[in-house]
Design a protein around this ligand. Sequence first.
Ligand SMILES: NC(=O)c1ccc[n+]([C@@H]2O[C@H](COP(=O)([O-])OP(=O)(O)OC[C@H]3O[C@@H](n4cnc5c(N)ncnc54)[C@H](OP(=O)(O)O)[C@@H]3O)[C@@H](O)[C@H]2O)c1
Length: 317
Amino acid sequence: MVKIAVAGGSGQVAQEVIDALLDTGKHEITILSRNEASIKDVPAGIRWRVVNYNDQPDLVDALQGIHTLFSFVQLLLDPEGMSQKILIDAAIAAGVKRFAPSEYGSAGTTNMPWWAGKESTRDYLRKVNGNEKVLEYIVFQPGLFLDYLAFPYKTAKHIDPLQSVFDYHNCRAIVVNGHEDAIMTLTTAADVAAIVAQAVDYKGEWPETGGIRGNRVTFSEVIKIGEKIRGRPFTIEKVNLEDLEAGTLNTPWALAERHRAISEEQHDHFAKMVSIGILLSSAKGAWDVSDELNQLFPEYNFDKVEDFLTRVWNGKQ
Ligand SMILES: NC(=O)c1ccc[n+]([C@@H]2O[C@H](COP(=O)([O-])OP(=O)(O)OC[C@H]3O[C@@H](n4cnc5c(N)ncnc54)[C@H](OP(=O)(O)O)[C@@H]3O)[C@@H](O)[C@H]2O)c1
């Protein structure tokens, strides 16, 4: 049994992971939230502790006796990474053994300014461990959730569907000219949660880079699989790297679905920025994640892109 605290545990990705942790039947879990219980039905056996990220002593108190601390703080609402920085300081002061920052995405963060808080948290973790290791940590990197290629259908229990540059619904995609072989790592939310739960039980020291390679595929392969599953050719928008670098997206469509952390006024700007950022960063290799967790748990079978999406799209128009 491990005592686990989950900062931002009311959030969508957190709840997938909490379910997987609960399934093990082993751990004592406390959700740290800025608010009174917001999840309609807090699962039995879960404690809920209201915390204030501006009050470090309060956080230190909340973390007393905690072995493993997960953060799922929404970086779009904590762009400087301040909440996580204070959380890390509190974790060290409280003697927390292991920490996993709010990551769960790409290896690099180049051209993705909305994830600047991830980069500053990585820097901060390196800094606090500069002289000696005071906090064991892992940066979980599963790539993009494969569930997003099911948009607009919901395939995870808690994570809402979001549109991606691979739009299986409308049989279309956006690709950077000359970078059709750019790598995208795609892992289902269920697999991410299961691997994270296994990592809690892992007795050795966590690797700092926690690559989770559910599927390592090229843009061309994702489109080819889509055309096979959807039974028709995709309309491909080809964009130039130079235009993207200049902030121009010359396509008849961009990501239209609004992220819940983004206001209606911010949406158009944000959608364009994310479309450009995902394309640029993938062309530069940011989504080609490593496979540390695959190596730690070689017996784990990840859902394959084609199997998962065949199940999703079977019988759909
Ligand atoms: N790879 C992918 O495809 C992918 C997809 C989705 C998410 N992610 C990543 O997964 C992580 C979690 O995302 P999510 O979508 O699950 O997040 P979310 O549900 O939008 O938010 C998580 C929690 O963050 C807390 N929070 C919000 N603003 C905060 C602040 N300023 N300070 C402290 N806490 C704050 C809230 O908890 P309280 O209000 O209860 O305090 C919220 O429930 C992020 O790092 C995200 O980038 C990756």
